[in-house]
Design a protein around this ligand. Structure first.
Ligand code: PMP
Length: 355
């Protein structure tokens, strides 16, 4: 740390992203990417003609992408704002809606960036513990008096909160924005987009990184009332108006337009997930019910950290979190069938070695 860093950031602990080894030496099941390539139309959209226009700035209105998202979800384009990953959209939400005395409210075990953003913006926080079974108890969020952030399905647990229960949270927080982070909703959850017409305090955030196979393009988006989207736009245009590059705008639009490929990939991942959950249970694991493209599972005889390390030695990367309540677990991204077979084989060896 230099002596020039603002004092308020001296104790800021940045988010630790999952390891990104730059080779193919690992079976990579640690950051919830899709094992499948982008939709065929994405590659066609990134034609040489567009590459040769990279000397020009991208469209700050991101029209091609915004329109494709709006069409897919039956919204007006003014109700949609794409961003440079949903992480950027979440930053805009923290900036726009948590200032002064609003602060932020979120679960004790959820997406780690919420806590980091709250620290970055020096916000007051209300942290609500998940239940013993790692579920969200809606009543605990009633009249939170702060901007509420809920990942649904939650991360890293994969547990889904039914829309009816979410609606109760919206009803009991009419004076505050409720941000529903649906990074994993396409793997068997139900989107809160259908509630937008009834709740002016609702913002839905989604990403292209998981179900749309475009983690490397860095694309996410918010959906909400024209007014809320206008507020987020104010953040974007005060920060980085060309936040999405020309290639990602086209890639995102093409991915959004290919509904059939999206259906096929998400369906396959859900099938693989169910088979993997059963296989892990057969090996004595405790597996939380997941509606995401990962499972959160605790081996029976060894701790989460030991299992994570032994898997890594055998060339399989999963994610372990050094946090109270979840040290026994690892989060395993659902990859291709072949990748999951490698995981299970490595697991069998580990169980044999630690008998
Ligand atoms: N929300 C949740 C719950 C996530 O797990 C992630 C992925 N790390 C994100 C948001 C951010 O995803 P991205 O920036 O790739 O859109």
């Amino acid at each position: 740390m230099s002596r020039f860093l603002s004092r308020r950031f001296a104790s800021l602990a940045p988010y630790t992203p999952g390891e990104q080894p730059q080779g193919m030496e690992y079976v990579k099941l640690n950051t919830n990417e899709s094992p499948y390539p982008p939709a065929p139309g994405v590659i066609a959209a990134l034609s040489a003609a567009e590459v040769s226009r990279l000397n020009l700035y991208s469209d700050p209105q991101t029209k091609a992408l915004t329109n494709a998202i709006a069409k897919r979800y039956g919204l007006f384009p003014a109700q949609v704002l794409p961003g440079n990953g949903s992480d950027e959209i979440l930053v805009f939400c923290f900036e726009a809606f948590c200032g002064e005395d609003a602060g932020a409210c979120f679960a004790d075990l959820t997406y780690g960036f919420y806590e980091v953003y709250a620290r970055l913006f020096c916000l007051e926080t209300k942290v609500i513990a998940l239940s013993e079974r790692f579920t969200i108890e809606p009543e605990a969020y009633f009249n939170a008096g702060k901007t509420v952030f809920i990942a649904n399905p939650n991360a890293p647990t994969g547990v889904f909160l039914a829309l009816g229960e979410l609606e109760e949270i919206l009803k009991h927080n009419r004076e505050n924005v409720v941000v529903i982070d649906e990074a994993y909703v396409d793997f068997g959850g139900e989107s809160a987009v259908s509630l937008l017409a009834r709740y002016e305090n609702l913002l839905v955030v989604q990403t292209f990184s998981k179900s749309r196979n475009l983690a490397g393009a860095r694309l996410g988006f918010a959906m909400g009332s024209e007014q809320l989207i206008g507020d987020l736009m104010k953040m974007k245009f005060s920060f980085n108006p060309y936040n999405i590059n020309r290639l990602s705008i086209l890639a995102g639009a093409a991915a959004m337009e290919d509904g059939a490929y999206f259906e096929a990939c998400t369906k396959k991942i859900m099938q693989t997930r169910e088979a993997v959950a059963v296989s892990l249970e057969e090996r004595g694991f405790f597996v939380l019910p997941s509606r995401a493209n990962f499972v959160f599972a605790a081996p029976k005889r060894i701790g989460g950290e030991a299992y994570y390390k032994k898997l890594k030695e055998k060339g399989v990367l999963v994610r372990w979190f050094d946090r109270d309540r979840i040290r026994d677990f690892v989060r395993i991204t659902i990859g291709s069938d072949a990748q999951m077979k490698t995981l299970l084989n490595a697991t069998d060896q580990i169980l044999e070695e630690t008998k």
